[in-house]
Design a protein around this ligand. Structure first.
Ligand code: AN7
Length: 357
C-alpha cells in the first residue's frame, strides 16, 4: 500500500462523528501547507515565528472544503437528495463541488453583485442552482433557515454542526505539524464558524493530552462589517473583503467563548489595510490569498509590532481562501505592474534596464 492521502475524514475519523461504514464524500481536502514566513518577520525586526495555514490550497480554494466534506457525507448518509446554503461565495463553491461529487443537488443563495467572480464561476460550473438575491448574506441566511423547514433540503451553512466538526481538523493539522500548539492563532471572522471550530479542535487535542496548552484566539473583522467590535449585529455590512461582508454572525456565542476563554481578542481593519496586507504577502512572501484572508496577517503584524504579541511567540494565521478567487480586486490594485511594450528586442531591453538600473 502506498500512502495516498484520501482526505480529512479518513485522516481524523476517530475525532469525527462519521461511522466506519459510511460512504465518504471527499475531494482529498485538508493536509494544507503550514508555511513559515521569512521576509515579513525580518521587515518587522521582531523575533516571532509567523506561520500561515494556506487553506487556499484546498480543492475548491478555501477552508470551507473541510466542513463541506463532513456535512455532505452526513447529509447523504441521512438520505438527503439536496443541500442548500446562503453564501458570500466560498461556501457556495464548496457546496456546489461536493454536491456534484455526491450526485445531489446544491441550491445556493448569494448576494446580488457582491461576490467574487471566481466563486460565482465555481458554483455555476459545478452545476449548483444559483439564486442571486436582492439582499446581503444575512438576509440569505434567514431565508435558508425558513425554507429548510418547509422543503426537503439540508442546510450546509456552519449552523450545521458537521461543518464545524470538519473545520476543527485544521487545528489538529497545525499541532501535528508543529509538535505543539501555537501561542496565538489569528484569523478572519465573518459568520464566526471558523474561529469556533479551531477552538474546538485545539480544545479536543488539549483535553486528550496531545498538547498541554492552547493558543489565544485573535479574530479580525473589516471595519465596515465588525459586529464583534460594535457589540451587536450590523444591518448594512460593507467591505471590499466580500467573503466577510456579514453583519449577523450565526456562531456569535461560540466565537465570544473562544476569544474569551482563550484570553484572545477581536480587532478591526480598514479596507485599505486589508488590501495593503494582501499585496504585502503576495509581494514579500509569494503567497496569494484573498482579501478577507489577509486580515489575519494584518492583525498579527499590528499586534506583534505593538508588543501585544511578545517576542519569542509562535503565531499561526489562517489564510482562508486563495487569491485567485477574486481576480478583479487583485488587478485593480496592481495596474502599475503592467505596461504596453512594442514587440521589439530594444523595447524589452529598455524595460529591463529601466527596472534594474
Ligand atoms: C475567505 O462563504 O461565510 O467566520 O458564505 O470565505 O467561519 O464565516 C465565508 C466566510 C473568512 C469567515 N475567510 O469565516 C461564505 C462565508 C474567507 C471566507 C471567512 C469566510 P467564518
Amino acid at each position: 500500500m502506498g500512502d495516498h492521502y484520501t482526505g480529512l475524514i479518513d485522516r481524523y475519523r476517530e475525532w469525527l462523528p462519521i461511522a466506519d461504514d459510511t460512504r465518504i464524500i471527499s475531494l482529498c481536502e485538508g493536509n494544507t501547507p503550514l508555511v513559515r514566513l521569512n521576509n515579513i518577520p525580518r521587515d518587522l525586526g521582531r523575533d516571532v515565528d509567523i506561520y500561515v495555514k494556506y487553506e487556499g490550497l484546498n480543492p475548491t480554494g478555501s477552508f470551507k472544503d473541510r466542513g463541506m466534506t463532513v456535512a455532505v457525507t452526513a447529509a447523504v448518509a441521512d438520505g438527503s437528495q439536496a443541500i442548500i446554503c446562503a453564501s458570500t461565495g466560498n461556501t457556495s463553491a464548496a457546496a456546489a463541488a461536493y454536491a456534484a461529487r455526491a450526485g445531489v443537488t446544491a441550491f445556493v443563495l448569494i448576494p446580488d453583485g457582491k461576490i467574487a467572480l471566481g466563486k460565482l464561476a465555481q458554483a455555476m460550473m459545478h452545476g449548483a442552482v444559483v439564486m442571486q438575491i436582492e439582499g446581503n448574506f444575512d438576509t440569505g441566511m434567514q431565508l435558508v433557515k425558513e425554507v429548510a423547514e418547509e422543503a426537503p433540503v439540508t442546510i450546509v451553512n456552519s449552523i450545521n454542526p458537521f461543518r464545524l466538526q470538519g473545520q476543527k481538523t485544521a487545528a489538529f493539522e497545525i499541532i501535528d505539524a508543529l509538535g505543539r500548539a501555537p501561542d496565538y492563532h489569528c484569523l478572519p471572522v465573518g459568520n464566526a464558524g471558523n474561529i469556533s471550530a479551531y477552538w474546538m479542535g485545539y480544545s479536543e487535542y488539549h483535553a486528550r493530552g496531545v498538547v498541554d496548552q492552547r493558543p489565544k484566539m485573535c479574530g479580525y473583522q473589516a471595519s465596515g462589517a465588525a459586529p464583534f467590535l460594535r457589540g451587536h449585529p450590523i444591518e448594512h455590512p460593507e467591505t471590499v473583503a466580500t467573503a466577510i461582508r456579514i453583519g449577523n454572525p450565526q456562531s456569535w456565542d461560540k466565537a465570544v467563548a473562544a476569544q474569551g476563554d482563550s484570553g484572545g481578542w477581536f480587532d478591526e481593519f480598514s479596507d485599505q489595510q486589508i488590501l495593503e496586507t494582501q499585496k504585502r504577502l503576495a509581494q514579500r512572501e509569494g503567497i496569494f490569498c484573498e482579501p478577507a484572508s489577509a486580515i489575519s496577517v494584518a492583525g498579527a503584524i499590528k499586534d506583534i509590532t505593538s508588543g501585544k504579541i511578545p517576542e519569542g511567540s509562535a503565531v499561526v494565521c489562517t489564510l482562508t481562501g486563495h487569491g485567485l478567487k477574486d481576480p478583479d480586486t487583485a488587478i485593480s490594485q496592481c495596474q502599475e505592474t503592467v505596461s504596453k511594450v512594442p514587440a521589439e528586442l530594444d523595447a524589452v531591453k529598455r524595460a529591463i534596464h529601466q527596472r534594474l538600473g
